[in-house]
Design a protein around this ligand. Structure first.
Ligand SMILES: Cc1ncc(C[n+]2csc(CCOP(=O)(O)OP(=O)(O)O)c2C)c(N)n1
Length: 325
């Protein structure tokens, strides 16, 4: 059994991701944010289950829906909030915004506005770890839509051939923007694509954080011990539209949305921890209170931070050729 304290920490992280995104949704609606915000509400168990199986020195690559991955890997919510609001105290000094948060010290190699863009980066990071013999593992998050991109197939081919230490995590939320998976793929389970590249393909309930954690742990251990990559497919669902401002109701049946909300990953974990006697309802309220205070502080910090100065616009655009890994 997974250590009870560890399970509670997984719940707290899922609540922090949910709360962060609810604040982002509200700030977006009140005009505090520029650009787009692609919310992760409903998918929190994937990021938390996978990142809980990683060490701090391991790497992740992320997507346009990346706030959850960053928080699950230990990202600082104050710096994240400042970044989504375009403030100079943010992770990218306010110049990256929601889709470009990274923190190399935490192994977060970046969110990415390019669909499937993180997949070759993760493959490269895993190759670097293998060549250095560092035993670091990379977890690579992407959606079902991204698995139709050529770069997905090229990357998995090389990773399978060279037995790279990488876990490819497909967050299959059943849609690529407004296109149902049934209309963009001839297969039902993305995990079957693994067999073409000589690696195990595993499908799990992506709304069950413990199921995701167990599957990720096995894949991470295999990668770390030289057994090569895994394609881990987590079936999940976004509660809202593709991004803030897109309701997501024109192309998705109401009963489908209701059924998935009914299988909410946070409610399920709360119920499980209460029924197994690990938490009482008052403990859950306390965790929620602590999360709310942390986020209130993050929002105040971001609102009180300056915008970047116009004369800094061309700074920090290139790394100067220095490697980061
Ligand atoms: C290379 C590329 N093509 C198209 C787009 C436009 N686009 C943004 S998100 C998206 C759908 C992504 O779907 P999926 O990979 O399933 O991720 P999800 O949004 O469901 O998490 C598309 C086509 C893009 N950003 N990059």
């Amino acid at each position: 059994m997974v250590d009870p304290e560890f399970q509670v920490e997984m719940l707290r992280k899922m609540m922090l991701i949910r709360g962060f995104e609810e604040r982002v949704r509200d700030l977006y609606a009140s005009g505090y944010m520029a650009g787009l915000a692609h919310l992760y509400i409903g998918e929190e168990a994937v990021a938390v289950g996978v990142c809980s199986a990683l060490d701090q020195t391991d790497f992740i690559t992320s997507t346009h829906r990346g706030h959850g991955h960053c928080i699950a890997k230990g990202g600082d919510v104050r710096k994240m909030m400042a970044e989504v609001m375009g403030r100079s105290t943010g992770y990218c000094k306010g110049k990256g915004g929601s889709m470009h948060i990274f923190d190399v010290k935490l192994g977060i190699l970046g969110a990415n506005g390019i669909v499937a863009g993180g997949i070759p980066m993760a493959t490269g990071a895993a190759l670097a770890s293998k060549l250095k013999g560092s035993r670091q593992v990379t977890a690579c998050f992407f959606g079902d839509g991204a698995t139709n991109q050529g770069t997905f197939h090229e990357s998995l081919n090389m990773a399978g051939l060279w037995k790279l230490p990488v876990v490819y995590v497909c967050e299959n939320n059943l849609y690529g923007i407004s296109v149902s998976q049934t209309r963009h793929q001839a297969i039902k389970d993305v995990a079957v694509r693994a067999s073409s590249y000589g690696m195990p393909g595993v499908t799990v309930d992506g709304n069950d954080v413990l199921a995701v954690y167990d599957a990720a742990k096995e894949a991470v251990e295999r990668a770390r011990s030289g057994g090569g990559p895994t394609l881990l497919e987590c079936k999940t669902y976004r509660h809202g539209g593709h991004h803030c401002g897109e309701p997501g109701t024109a192309y998705r049946p109401q009963d489908e949305i209701a059924a998935w909300k009914n299988a909410d990953p946070i409610t399920r974990m709360v119920d499980r921890l209460i029924s197994s006697g690990i938490l009482e309802p008052k403990d859950v309220r306390e965790i929620q209170g602590a999360v709310d205070s942390l986020l209130l502080e993050a929002v105040e910090y971001a609102k009180g931070s300056p915008l970047p100065a116009p004369e800094e616009a061309l700074e920090d655009l290139y790394s100067g050729g220095q490697g980061v890994l």
